[in-house]
Ligand binder design. Structure first.
Ligand SMILES: [Zn+2]
Length: 488
């Protein structure tokens, strides 16, 4: 049964939103403060969500700037969104410049390049008509993308209106939607680790049918280009991007220009070193011919422009800071050192821990907390530290000392004579060891208990449901209590 009063209320709010949209988008004369408008919209969304039976005709949330923008309908990019050729080394860059010089035979000046980091996110195309955001679309295959306007509108970095009195009639602004590394970790903590890396999280957040979910995700945007420019007076890519910035469009803080392969290489090395300090994942740098007229002359070959190239970072190893050395206690009491790293993306996976193998290894490589280290990840094995990057002018922390007592149970740590491993001596009182043995027991005996994995054993142990092996078989009696646990 549909509550008619509620339906009337929703229709009233709906027409109120439509009225304000019209003032804002079509009459350029907002009749309400942004915060009040946002409040109105969120009340509307909340009521709609809680009353799925009520259908509102001409739902203003599905219409933007007077144009219906249904989510995920196909969208033909006015100018194709090309992909970039990759350079893996300096030789590739030299060849890139050689080809350009061959193509521009009559051009004798030194070629100038723009440089910016290549963010590992999702490329989107934003169409602004007379300065107002009209359509947001995914890149898709570069020719045809999908409309995601209502989701794009929830991203705070993306202005609904360009801050300029004389906007172009129509402009396509391209950029990357992404999630910062710290936001990703927080998001994954609340979503029980559902995403492998920030890029996947950004993609999943952008492709939501329900824009209110997208709105809750910490999506960010940085512009990295544009489609055809008809009316611009800017002669270079750099100056056009700087103008975007004035319009309220975020651009890369690292954007700069230079005039030789040698300086491209220097900047590449600098950024590669700084990677772990950059708040979002990057997988290389993009170099473009700065002169827009030369870009037009060069055009594209196949799907890639001749005037741009992506210089990729080697994906298997990267530098970061070792923030802390922790120890893990295994089921046999073995004490294993673990490196807690400033998170970094290696080959598409966000890495925040690395194994240190054993204490001899730490001593041999002289690894200390606070060190800058090179981390390697090969296949799906646990990442490890290859070496410490020592710098003369940086004071290091003291040499790492293995703990004398177990951090879990406080028992004395003893050294095995024949092995390099050291152990916690609290065999029967150390919770880390007890839980480790329970996990081992379940996996070794292939107990076919649905949903009983490492995570559940940790939880049941903490709750006191399992203290010893036999308790596992009594879990059935606890089913009512288990059902009441969070996330069960
Ligand atoms: Zn212990």
């Amino acid at each position: 049964v549909i509550d008619q009063n509620l339906k009337k209320k929703l229709e009233k709010i709906s027409s109120e939103i439509s009225y304000h949209n019209d003032l804002y988008y079509n009459k350029d004369n907002p009749g309400i403060a942004d915060a009040d408008y946002d409040r109105l919209v969120s009340e509307f969304k909340e009521l709609l969500k809680n009353n799925p039976g009520i259908i509102i005709k001409n739902n203003p949330l599905n219409i933007i700037g007077g144009v219906a923008s249904e989510l995920f309908t196909k969208f033909n990019h006015p100018t194709p969104m090309l992909s970039l050729d990759n350079a893996m080394n300096v030789n590739d860059l030299v060849n890139f410049e050689k080809k350009i010089n061959n193509f521009l035979k009559d051009y004798d000046d030194q070629i100038e390049y723009s440089i910016e980091p290549k963010i590992d996110g999702l490329s989107i195309n934003l169409i602004y008509i007379k300065g107002k955001l009209n359509i947001g679309a995914t890149r898709g295959n570069g020719q045809i993308g999908e409309v995601i306007t209502s989701n794009v509108l929830t991203i705070k970095d993306i202005p609904k209106k360009l801050k300029t009195k004389s906007p172009p009639d129509k402009i396509e602004i391209r950029g990357e939607v992404f999630i910062a590394k710290s936001d990703f970790q927080e998001l994954n903590n609340t979503n029980s680790g559902q995403f492998a890396n920030p890029r996947n999280a950004a993609a999943g957040s952008l492709r939501q049918l329900d824009s209110s979910i997208t709105a809750k995700r910490p999506l960010k945007f940085i512009s990295h280009g544009f489609g055809n420019l008809e009316s611009s007076t800017n002669k270079t890519y750099y100056s056009q991007m700087k103008e975007f910035k004035k319009w309220g469009i975020p651009i890369s803080p690292y954007l700069k220009t230079c005039s030789s392969i040698k300086s491209l290489e220097e900047f590449y090395n600098d950024i590669n070193k700084e990677r772990s300090n950059i708040p979002y994942d990057i997988d290389g740098l993009v170099y473009k011919i700065n002169d827009l007229n030369l870009q037009r002359r060069l055009g594209s070959a196949g799907k890639a422009p001749r005037w741009a190239i992506a210089h990729k970072f080697e994906s298997e190893s990267a530098e970061t800071i070792l923030e802390k050395i922790d120890v893990q206690i295994g089921r046999t009491g073995s004490v294993t050192p673990v490196a807690r790293l400033r998170p970094l993306n290696i080959g598409g996976v966000l890495v925040s821990n690395a194994t240190l193998h054993n204490f001899d290894e730490i001593e041999k490589k002289d690894i200390r907390e606070g060190d800058r280290v090179i981390v390697e990840r090969a296949g799906d094995v646990i990442p490890h530290i290859i070496e410490v990057i020592k710098s003369k002018n940086k004071k290091r922390s003291n040499s790492y000392k293995a703990p004398k007592k177990c951090p879990i149970c406080g028992s004395k740590i003893v050294v095995d004579d024949e092995e390099v491993v050291i152990r916690c001596s609290g065999t029967y009182k150390c919770e880390a060891q007890i839980v480790g043995r329970l996990k081992h027991y379940v996996s070794r005996n292939a107990l076919d208990i649905e949903g009983l994995g490492d995570k559940q054993i940790n939880l049941f142990f903490r709750k006191g449901f399992i203290k010893k092996y036999s308790d596992i078989y009594l879990l059935k009696d606890k089913s009512r209590e288990i059902a009441n646990l969070e996330g069960w």
